[in-house]
Design a binder for this molecule. Structure first.
Ligand SMILES: Cc1cc2nc3c(=O)[nH]c(=O)nc-3n(C[C@H](O)[C@H](O)[C@H](O)COP(=O)(O)OP(=O)(O)OC[C@H]3O[C@@H](n4cnc5c(N)ncnc54)[C@H](O)[C@@H]3O)c2cc1C
Length: 392
């Protein structure tokens, strides 16, 4: 297959699909589309696995007990299988299934929603009452009658490795994958979109924009209501050796003012802990490029240390290390997947609102199917980009 070369100017070649952005979502779309037999080109200004977007930081939670809605359970269940396929194809370990806990008061809407998803999608889980939770997981300090939902299939994903594996699989399936190439402008033409990049012009029948917090740079007319927030990842040390993957499942905690999440020590760096939702310490960025080069400061890490003091008494509440990342949130917390409301050949894949990584393989499959064939079996109707402005 002939390749696009940096410096190549306008060519007559028209790809089936151009994928702009190679965070986890773009990498998965490129792989799935190339594996379906499409002629794919994919590009990013940085090397896959880089730290300037949202797909880095050593670990991510995988869980199927999705309190965000039943449809997400469908995506997570499919993603589990596709992550395993990717591991086999690239001989890379991407998912360590150490189990996962959802902790919160009985009857809390998010605890109930997680159980509904599990039961609807058919995922095994165990309900631990307050006494069982305290006995089995003394690392946590539950409040009052807090219960736990334990999901054995949950675990830890390795984000940088997952992005690189998807890129490797894309190339193996015939895709042209370019680093150091930024799309500067997108122009719609009768036979598909044209991409103007720093390395030449790319023509494609369809284009997927998987550029996370940068989406409004390339489709400013849409004014998608995306909030790009800086989110600092914090690691904490453990004196007791009780927070490894063998005894400390990933967790999501809700209620009692203790909304947060945590991931066991997978690489000797410590236990990773974060605060749930758009906490005030996660400041809004006017542009995603502003996140780069700003080192985490104490106003960002101190609230996480305070959380550790209350929720995880076995950890030293001093941040051992910290690293900036970013969230791209929609007003309703749901993804943005589907055609640009006025440019049918441009498919948007963004707005993952802090819970996208686990779903990336299924999102990649759904978006590849939708872009290439105009339909997908995955439930994406609720994620339509025009839901924010039904008048368009
Ligand atoms: C702190 C934190 C913790 C999280 N924890 C979890 C978790 O435990 N579980 C979970 O499931 N999810 C989690 N998430 C969410 C998950 O990480 C994101 O949903 C996911 O990484 C989003 O990937 P993306 O590909 O959309 O964006 P990105 O990774 O930001 O990728 C966008 C890419 O587009 C490229 N780009 C930008 N502009 C251009 C251009 N003009 N031309 C070409 N390329 C361009 C960028 O360089 C970048 O590589 C977390 C997120 C954060 C911030």
């Amino acid at each position: 297959m002939s390749q696009f070369h940096a410096g190549e100017s306008s060519t007559t070649r028209r790809y089936d699909l151009a994928v702009v952005g190679l965070g986890v979502m773009g990498a998965m779309v490129a792989w799935r589309a190339a594996a379906m037999g499409a002629d794919v080109i994919a590009l990013d200004p940085y090397v896959p696995g880089h730290r300037r977007g949202a797909s880095h930081g050593g670990s991510r939670i995988f869980r199927t007990l999705c309190h965000e809605g039943v449809d997400y359970g469908v995506f997570a269940r499919a993603s589990l299988q596709i992550y395993r396929e990717l591991e086999a194809a690239t001989r890379t370990e991407l998912l360590l299934q150490c189990g996962g806990l959802t902790i919160g008061p009985p009857g809390h809407p998010l605890v109930s929603a997680a159980a509904v998803t599990a039961e609807t999608v058919g995922v095994a889980y165990e309900r631990l009452d307050s006494a069982e939770l305290r006995a089995r997981y003394p690392q946590h300090a539950p409040m009052g009658k807090d219960i736990g939902l334990f999901e054995p299939t949950a675990g830890v994903l390795r984000p940088e490795a997952a992005v690189r594996a998807a890129v490797q699989a894309s190339r193996a399936a015939g895709a042209s994958v370019l680093s150091g190439v930024r799309c500067l402008k997108l122009r719609h033409e009768a036979d598909g979109p044209t991409l103007f990049t720093n390395a030449g012009v790319i023509r494609a029948r369809k284009t997927v924009l998987a550029i996370g917090g940068w989406t409004n740079d390339l489709v400013p007319d849409l004014e998608l209501p995306l909030q790009v927030r800086r989110s600092v990842l914090c690691w904490f040390r453990d004196d007791t050796e009780c927070h490894g993957t063998q005894n400390f499942p990933v967790f999501i905690r809700v209620g009692s003012g203790l909304d947060g999440w945590g991931i066991p020590d997978v690489d000797g760096r410590g236990v990773k802990v974060g605060l749930g939702g758009p906490h005030p310490s996660k400041r809004l960025l006017s542009h995603p490029d502003d996140n780069w080069g700003m080192h985490p400061v104490s106003v960002e890490t101190a609230p996480v240390s305070a959380y550790v003091t209350k929720a995880l008494p076995g950890l030293q509440p001093i941040t051992a290390s910290a690293e900036a990342c970013m969230d791209v949130r929609t007003p309703d917390g749901h993804f943005v997947l589907g055609s640009h409301p006025r440019l049918a050949d441009v498919v948007l894949c963004t707005g993952f609102s802090g819970h996208g990584f686990k779903h990336a393989p299924a999102v990649g499959t759904a978006v590849a199917q939708y872009a290439l064939h105009g339909r997908t079996d995955f439930p994406i109707d609720a994620f339509a980009p025009d839901r924010f402005d039904r008048s368009t």
